[in-house]
Ligand binder design. Structure first.
Ligand SMILES: [Zn+2]
Length: 238
C-alpha cells in the first residue's frame, strides 16, 4: 500500500503536468488571436491614409482633364465666328474652372486629412508594435514553459516503472482500473468514512483495513482505502 501511495503521488504530479501541457496551447491560441486583431487594426489605420491618397490622385487627374478641356475650348474660341458660340464656349470654360476650384479645395481638405490620418497611423503603429512585441515575449515564455513541463513530466515518467514494480500486480491492476474513473484512486479512511466520497464505511471493513488484512474499496465510490495510521510510521521522506 505504501508503494502504491508513492506511485499515486507520482501519477498525480504527472497528470498535473499533462493538464498544464494541454492548457498552454490554448493560452497561445488566445495570444495569436489578439495578435491577428492588432495586425488588422494597423492595416485599417494604414488603409485610411491610402484611401485618402487615392482620392487626392483622382482629384489631380480630374483637374488635369479639365485643364486639357479648357485648352481645347480656348483653341475653339479662336475659330468660332458667331457671338453666341463664343459666349457658349466662354460659359463652358467658366464652368470647368469652377469645378477645378472645387477640386482644388477638396485636395487641400484631403491633405489635412492625410496629415491627420498619417499621424494617427504612426501612433497606432508605435502602440501596436509594442503590444505585438509583448505578445511575442509572452509566447516565447510559454513555449519555454511548455518545454520545461514536458521535460519534467518525462523525468517523472521515467521514475514510474520502478515504483509500479514495487506494487503487487493485483493491487496495481485494481489501482489502474479505478484511476481511469476516480482521482485520486486511493484515499485515506477518515474516522470511519471514505476520504474520497465522505460516505461512512462499514465497521467490519474499517477493522480489516486497520488490521491491513486485505485491500478494500469504498462500497460507495469504489476507491481503494487505507488507514493513515498504518502508513505514517514509515512513510518515505521524499
Ligand atoms: Zn468512497
Amino acid at each position: 500500500m505504501r508503494a502504491l501511495l508513492e506511485l499515486q503521488q507520482l501519477d498525480l504530479k504527472i497528470e498535473a503536468f499533462r493538464a498544464r501541457e494541454k492548457e498552454i496551447p490554448r493560452q497561445k491560441e488566445a495570444f495569436n488571436i489578439q495578435r491577428k486583431r492588432l495586425t488588422e487594426e494597423l492595416k485599417e489605420s494604414e488603409g485610411r491614409v491610402k484611401k485618402l491618397k487615392v482620392e487626392q490622385k483622382e482629384c489631380e487627374v480630374d483637374i488635369d482633364q479639365k485643364n486639357t478641356q479648357i485648352g481645347k475650348f480656348e483653341a475653339q474660341l479662336l475659330q468660332v465666328k458667331k457671338n453666341e458660340e463664343y459666349r457658349a464656349l466662354l460659359h463652358e470654360i467658366e464652368l470647368q474652372r469652377k469645378q477645378i476650384a472645387l477640386k482644388e479645395e477638396r485636395i487641400l481638405g484631403i491633405m489635412l486629412e492625410i496629415d491627420d490620418a498619417q499621424m494617427r497611423f504612426h501612433e497606432d503603429r508605435k502602440r501596436i508594435d509594442g503590444e505585438v512585441a509583448k505578445l511575442d515575449e509572452e509566447c516565447a515564455r510559454i513555449d519555454a514553459e511548455l518545454a520545461e513541463a514536458v521535460k519534467e513530466r518525462k523525468e517523472l515518467e521515467s521514475r514510474r516503472a520502478p515504483l509500479a514494480a514495487a506494487v503487487s500486480p493485483p493491487l496495481l491492476k485494481r489501482y489502474e482500473r479505478i484511476r481511469t474513473a476516480r482521482k485520486p484512486a486511493v484515499v485515506p479512511l477518515n474516522d470511519e468514512s471514505c476520504g474520497g466520497c465522505f460516505m461512512t464505511v462499514r465497521a467490519q471493513i474499517v477493522n480489516e483495513i486497520m488490521a491491513e488484512k486485505e485491500h478494500h474499496s469504498c462500497q460507495h465510490c469504489g476507491r481503494l482505502l487505507y488507514f493513515p495510521g498504518n502508513i505514517v510510521k514509515s512513510e518515505p521522506s521524499e
